[in-house]
Design a protein around this ligand. Structure first.
Ligand code: FES
Length: 68
């Protein structure tokens, strides 16, 4: 399903990014552009990232990012 409509990012793409080494919300944002426009996807994107990180066993990563 689409998580970020603005950037056309799906939950599968987010999971793939985490599996490929993205270890934080900021890294996923940088790789995919999710949460970089309107921000309405932020809550769902964080949930998907958190679940993906838990699946990989990496739960120590920051789930927050600096707002410019
Ligand atoms: S829906 Fe993700 S930035 Fe707008």
């Amino acid at each position: 399903m689409y998580v970020c409509v603005c950037k056309g990012v799906t939950d599968s793409q987010i999971r793939d990014a985490v599996n490929a080494g993205a270890e934080s919300v900021l890294e996923v944002r940088k790789r995919l552009g999710v949460m970089s426009q309107c921000g309405k996807c932020s809550t769902l994107a964080r949930e998907v990232i958190k679940e993906a990180l838990e699946t990989t066993g990496n739960t120590s990563s920051a789930l927050f990012y600096e707002v410019a």
